[in-house]
Design a protein around this ligand. Structure first.
Ligand code: C2E
Ligand code: MG
Ligand code: MG
Ligand code: MG
Length: 282
């Protein structure tokens, strides 16, 4: 009897597994066409100065509007795109799109773009970025590339060479999700970072766990003494903001100051807005 019910469970899991594998294959396949079918779009989340709440830049975050499944978040599809290789094409689209849009903003604020570790396997990542900057006319100083420590695990020499060349061009390099990966402090010494982003998991624990505050304090001090800008991600509450301000963090990003959303206003929108009262008057 036990055996039989065991079999039943195994069967059930087999079916579930089949389903999961099918779904994944489907997503993998759909990802291959998503760029050409114009199913991607970018949202922008503001980075703000802690004291003044002034917006000092935006991070571009990728969204996928799947025709059947609806909106799919990057945490779901980026890993699949990385495994299947689609991320190469998708990553280029993101860069091109973010630079094109940012070039039109009223205010010339910095734009941050996430780069997958897989994109560093491209022999021509530098050329790709340089060409996109030239095509879109975006000032290289406005572009920040966010990479995680996973990008620094393999081919370290090659990755370093690419980062150095990008920096000579004026592009800034950001270490994303700091403190979570297989962090090695020597990465901060070896690679030419301009900015550190403290991972949101520390922020989430800030109000309850004194050790999270101690870690955040140490990262802020470390970053600043290495002359890096330090941003804390995932700030959701006023209390978290206060703690970070007290710890000397100057920049934050999170739902408290703004959720990811539509691109900031462009010259065109302003022109349109200005037309409305003119028409109403006459
Ligand atoms: P990330 O680069 O660390 O981006 C920050 C993530 O935290 C975003 O999730 C953002 O929506 C979320 N977030 C912002 N503020 C808060 C907050 O106050 N609370 C909480 N709980 N979350 C907050 P999202 O947009 O789902 O992106 C997840 C990850 O997917 C990103 O993490 C990044 O690693 C990756 N990703 C997003 N867009 C791209 C892209 O264009 N290319 C690549 N390669 N990866 C991307
Ligand atoms: Mg990021
Ligand atoms: Mg992050
Ligand atoms: Mg992340």
């Amino acid at each position: 009897r036990a055996k039989q019910s065991g079999k039943g469970i195994a069967c059930f899991f087999d079916r579930e597994m089949d389903e999961a594998v099918r779904t994944r294959r489907q997503i993998e396949n759909d990802l291959r066409h998503a760029v050409l079918r114009r199913q991607f779009f970018l949202e922008y989340q503001p980075l703000v100065e802690v004291q003044s709440d002034r917006i000092i830049g935006y991070e571009a975050l990728l969204r996928w509007e799947h025709p059947q499944r609806g909106l799919i978040g990057p945490d779901v599809f980026i890993p699949i795109a990385e495994e299947s290789g689609s991320i190469i094409q998708i990553g280029e689209w993101v860069l091109e799109r973010a630079c094109t849009e940012a070039a039109k903003w009223n205010e010339p604020l910095p734009i941050s773009v996430n780069i997958s570790p897989v994109q560093f396997l491209l022999p021509n990542l530098f050329d790709q970025v340089a060409n996109i900057l030239r095509r879109t006319g975006l000032n290289p100083w406005r572009l920040e590339l966010e990479i995680t420590e996973a990008a620094l695990m393999h081919n370290r020499e090659d990755v370093l060479a690419v980062l150095v060349r990008l920096r000579v061009l004026g592009v800034r390099i950001v270490m994303d999700d700091f403190g979570t990966g297989h962090s090695s402090l020597s990465n901060l010494q070896t690679f030419p970072f301009d900015k550190l982003k403290i991972d949101c998991s520390f922020t989430a624990a800030l109000e309850k766990d004194p050790s999270a505050q101690a870690i955040v304090r140490a990262i802020i001090a470390l970053g600043h003494s290495l002359r890096l800008a330090v941003v804390t991600e995932g700030v959701e509450t006023e209390r978290q903001r206060q703690i970070l301000a007290e710890e000397g963090c100057l920049q934050i990003q999170g739902f408290l100051s703004g959720r990811p959303g539509a691109a900031p206003s462009t010259g065109q929108e302003t022109a349109r807005r200005e037309k409305v009262p003119a028409r109403a008057d006459g």
